[in-house]
Structure formats: C-alpha cells, structure tokens
Design a protein around this ligand. Structure first.
Ligand SMILES: NC(=O)c1ccc[n+]([C@@H]2O[C@H](COP(=O)([O-])OP(=O)(O)OC[C@H]3O[C@@H](n4cnc5c(N)ncnc54)[C@H](O)[C@@H]3O)[C@@H](O)[C@H]2O)c1
Ligand SMILES: [Zn+2]
Length: 382
C-alpha cells in the first residue's frame, strides 16, 4: 500500500540561497549635516529617496530638537523627509497594536515603497515594534535602525529579529528580517537613564561568559569604570558585544533559529519569567543579570565551574551595579519557568551552562532540585 502511494508521489525540491549583508556603524553626531554615514547609505540607490523617521517618545522628550535635526539633515541632502512619527516608549510600543496600524497608515499615506526608508530611533522595544511594521508593510520596507539604548546598540538592535507582544505574550508575533543598516550613534546614549545604561551591560557579560574569556577579563578589569559609564570602557563594551552577536548570527549556521539551541540566551530562561512576574518593572538587562547569576551558580553546583569562578562572575555583576537579589525571586517557580521556556523553544529544552569562564555548553535537562538550590543560594547573597 505505502509503496503504491509513494510510486504516485512527485516532488520538486526547491532550494536557493540568499546572501544577507548589512553594515553596523559606530559613530557620533550622525545628524550633523557634515556627517555622511546616513547619506552614504542612501544616495546611490534611489533618485529621490523618501525617509520616514519614527522616534521613541522617551528619546523625543529628552532630545526635543531631534526631529528637526533629522528634517534639516534630510533637506540638506535632498532626501524627501516626511513628518516624523513619535511612538510610545518601551513595552507600551510592543503591547499597543495601534502603533503598528499607525505605521502602516503612514506607509500608505506617504506612498512609502520597498525602495523607501524607515529610520527608527529608539530603545530595543521601539526598534522591535517598528522593525515588525517595516518588515511586513509591502512585505518589507528598508529599515535603518538607530538604537538609542546600550542594550539596543550592543544586542537588540543589531540582529535579525523583531517582534511585538500579543495577548500579553511577549514577542508572540514577529519576523526574522535583517535590517538595511544599523547606525549606533554613541551620543544618543547621553540622555539615557543610568538604569538603562547599566541594563545593557548584562548582555556583554553574557556573551563574554559563553564565548570570550579575554572579553570577560576586560569587563572584570573595567567593572568600576563601567559602573559610572566611563566613555572609553562603555564604547569598547558596546562594540565588542555587538560584534559577538553579529559573529554568532553570521557563523552559527542557524541565523533564523530553526533549531532549538539558543546559545545567546544564556541566563534568559529565568530572565523572561522575572520580567513577566514584575510586569516589566525589571528591565530586560536587569533580569538577564539575575539570570546569569542563577545559571552560573547552578553551573558551579553541578561542578562545571569552580566556586571561585562563580564568585568572580557575581563580583563583576554586583560591582557594575546590578542588584541580584530581587524580592520577585521568591515567586520564581523553577519547574514552571523551565516548562514554559521549553515550550518557547519548540518542545526541546536547551539551556546554556558554563564549563569555564568564556565557554558555554548546552544541556537538555536541568536538575530541578539543584536549580532550586541555586535559587536559594542566589537569594542568600549579601
Ligand atoms: N529583537 C531582538 O533580537 C531583541 C533582543 C533583545 C531584546 N529585545 C527587546 O528589547 C526590548 C528592551 O530594550 P531596551 O533595553 O533598549 O529598553 P526599552 O526599549 O524598553 O527602553 C527603555 C527606556 O529608555 C528610553 N530611552 C531609549 N533611548 C533613550 C535615550 N537615548 N534617552 C533617553 N531615554 C531613552 C525609552 O523611551 C524607554 O523608556 C525588549 O522589548 C526586548 O524584548 C529584542
Ligand atoms: Zn537578552
């Protein structure tokens, strides 16, 4: 029976490859009319390019002249600048579906086509939401990202994903869509709150721990400078962290996350849950710092790394200024959070642990009692 069925089956095996390429710039003052970063991206590609700037409300409030500066830059360089849109800050932008509707309406109204540009200036949340709208309007309008937080510049804004929240589920709707380009303007960070500056440092500690022992040492040695956001250390931390994320996307063999492994999600299974439990009162980076501490302690209890190494990781995080003991840890149900993370991965649990400082490895099982012990140890830190 089955052989008869297969005898009548025909198959055409479709296969093609697309090369994605985009540049990530690290610069300052990119809206100074003399600065060519933005115009060099645009000018050779279209005769009269249109650009729609979409700005994070938090950035707009702290940089009230930004929209005008973008308009002046466009005028000076003969880019058709359209009236800027200001969108809600932070998770509100990802929770409120009307933001996406408003962007689609603007795309329609201003006849933005696949050769026009959307320029987004904002934190990781706004970049995510605008990225989703840009990727889906006309099946993809060119998106130039200008992340304005440390976490946006060293992680969220440089990769290939976007998402919005749906029915209170984080990142439930989204696409994989590489940007046209990313411009990390370090001057934008000047108006960022200390809390948001610090939050992004957690992602640098994360990549250093799983991939780059020398980077970990650099972060450790500059931890006091990072705590007060000393310029050179902060810039170095951002560029190296962004580079590590970009390298991973380019070389992991799974840029669109078709498999279950998420090595860059070290410390994230509990972080996602902590963000949810605090109703996003904890910043993503703050939750990741706690998650890194927890999974480092667990790696230590399992005997994969030494207690001395665990202590060094905790010292780095604490000296940078992270508060690793948060009241919400009491509400963290390890079994439930792991089950949810497993579902998020598509059915196979895959958690990154440390076998050394600078080396991550994946496991498919977690000893839940030992993880609960790790959580107790974390809560007893003083
Ligand atoms: N797509 C991805 O690959 C990816 C990766 C990691 C995180 N993320 C997402 O990123 C989001 C977190 O991003 P975030 O940490 O940048 O926080 P955020 O976007 O929530 O911004 C935090 C706050 O900083 C304000 N802000 C931003 N830039 C500012 C500036 N220059 N001056 C003054 N205020 C400014 C914002 O208005 C907001 O109030 C989450 O939604 C997370 O899911 C996405
Ligand atoms: Zn993260």
């Amino acid at each position: 029976m089955s052989s008869q069925k297969s005898a009548s089956r025909q198959v055409i095996c479709q296969k093609f490859t697309i090369n994605f390429q985009y540049s990530v710039f690290f610069t300052r003052n990119c809206f100074d009319v003399q600065d060519s970063t933005l115009i060099d991206l645009i000018d050779n590609l279209s005769e009269s390019p249109k650009l729609l700037a979409i700005i994070d409300e938090g950035v707009d409030q702290t940089n009230p002249d930004l929209a005008v500066r973008i308009e002046q830059y466009c005028e000076h360089h003969n880019i058709q600048s359209l009236p800027s849109m200001i969108v809600p800050a932070g998770e509100d932008c990802k929770n409120d579906g009307s933001v996406i509707d408003d962007i689609y309406s603007a795309v329609e109204k201003y006849e933005i086509d696949r050769h026009s540009y959307i320029l987004v200036v904002g934190g990781g949340a706004v970049v995510d939401a605008v990225g989703f709208a840009a990727a889906t309007a006309h099946r993809g309008v060119r998106l130039i990202r200008m992340p304005s937080t440390v976490l946006g510049q060293n992680d969220a804004g440089v990769g290939v994903k976007n998402a919005v929240n749906y029915h209170k589920r984080k990142n439930f709707v989204g696409t994989f869509a590489p940007p046209f380009a990313v411009i990390n303007d370090l001057n934008l960070l000047q108006t960022l709150s200390p809390r948001d500056k610090r939050a992004g440092i957690a992602e640098a500690v994360k990549v250093a721990l799983i991939k780059d022992p020398a980077f970990f040492d650099e972060l450790y040695d500059s931890r006091h400078a990072l705590a007060y956001f000393e310029e050179a250390s902060t810039k170095h931390m951002i560029i190296k962290c962004a580079q590590a994320h970009l390298d991973h996307i380019a070389t992991s063999g799974d840029p669109f996350e078709l498999g279950s492994a998420r090595p860059l999600d070290f410390g994230h299974w509990s972080a996602h849950k902590l963000e949810e439990l605090t109703n996003n009162e904890l910043r993503h980076g703050e939750a990741v710092a706690i998650g890194i501490a927890l999974d480092s302690i667990y790696s230590g209890l399992k005997g994969h790394i030494t207690q001395q190494q665990v202590n060094k990781i905790i010292t780095l995080l604490e000296d940078v200024g992270f508060d690793l003991v948060h009241p919400v840890l009491k509400e963290l149900n390890v079994v439930k959070a792991l089950a949810e993370f497993k579902e998020h991965l598509g059915g196979n649990l895959c958690i990154t642990l440390l076998s050394d400082i600078g080396t991550g490895f994946e496991v498919n099982q977690i000893d839940e009692a030992l993880m609960a012990q790790a959580l107790d140890n974390l809560m007893s830190l003083n």
